[in-house]
Ligand binder design. Structure first.
Ligand code: KIV
Length: 290
């Protein structure tokens, strides 16, 4: 990150400056303190406590069931595990759609109770007054356009979005609107690379791509995808930087074998009792030992 600041964590203005300085913004999801700390040490700029937790942590088929309570818990875990990165809390389905008041109340909870520095919410249009209100209240907002998984029941699938010229123009307008409403960055999920490049050209805030090509100002991935821990399927925009699932399975199965054959725990993995001075019984009772 460019300029030093008295605030120890990466800030929204610093993320915006990355675009001016032509420095790529790097985000990754995190859901717990241990992974968050490792990811921070590895140099990411921000950690998104994504509602993708619904899939990878909670085992749901979609992100729809995620609740404020669940997202707040995960956000607290990530905040406690880190000290430098910006923590962005993903607002779950139902927490920001009903009214501006409710959305504002929930966003405030992410900053006050979750220790986040920003929130992300999916969509534009009817949400613009809500986003404006949040920014006015001191809450940095990250937008999210393209494939917005909370719309799964309307979209009917997780395919590439905005593939026609008309849909492309509409998305560019939405990006302009989000910038105008005060967003400090916009996630562009699974849209054609050429469209993501155009959006990146027309707005001044950074675009953060996932499945939207290399022309964005930054990139984000789900950590379990990057680490190959989630190996049920691999979308084409994911690159595995390690074979996490295989390594975990091999490690656990080696331990299972060691336990079954009695080689775990060894002597060095066990504790000895402290040598104790054994008092003769009689002396203890105040009589001379015989
Ligand atoms: O929930 C999430 O992990 C996300 C990213 C995929 C951007 O929204």
């Amino acid at each position: 990150m460019s300029k030093q600041s008295v605030f120890p964590r990466v800030t929204a203005p610093q993320i915006i400056r990355c675009k001016e300085e032509k420095r790529k913004v790097v985000g990754l999801t995190a859901y717990d303190a241990v992974f968050a700390a490792l990811e921070e040490e590895a140099g990411v700029d921000f950690l998104l406590v994504g509602d993708s937790a619904g899939n990878v942590i909670a085992g749901h088929a979609t992100t729809i069931p995620m609740t404020m309570d669940a997202m707040l818990f995960l956000t607290r875990c990530v905040s406690r595990g880190t000290s430098r990165v910006m923590v962005v809390a993903d607002m779950p389905f139902g927490s920001f759609q009903v009214s501006t008041e409710e959305a504002l109340h929930n966003a405030i909870r992410f900053l006050k109770e979750g220790g986040a520095q920003a929130v992300k919410l999916e969509g534009a249009g009817y949400l613009l007054p809500t986003i404006r209100r949040m920014v006015e209240a001191g809450i940095p907002v990250m937008g999210h356009l393209g494939l917005t998984p909370q719309m799964i029941n309307v979209f009917g699938g997780y395919g590439v979005q905005a593939t026609t010229a008309q849909e492309g123009e509409q998305l560019i307008q939405q990006a302009r609107d989000l910038e105008e409403a005060g967003c400090f960055a916009i996630v562009l999920e699974k849209i054609p690379a050429s469209l993501a490049e155009r959006v990146t050209e027309v707005i001044k805030i950074p675009t953060i791509g996932i499945g939207s090509g290399a022309g964005c100002d930054g990139q984000i991935l789900v950590n379990y995808d990057l680490l190959g821990v989630f190996d049920k399927f691999k979308p084409r925009f994911v690159r595995h930087y390690m074979n996490g699932a295989e390594q975990i399975r091999n490690a656990v199965s080696a331990w299972v074998s060691d336990v079954r054959e009695g080689s775990f725990p060894g002597k060095s993995e066990s504790y000895d009792a402290k040598p104790q001075r054994v008092e003769p019984k009689a002396a203890k009772r105040g009589r001379k030992a015989e």
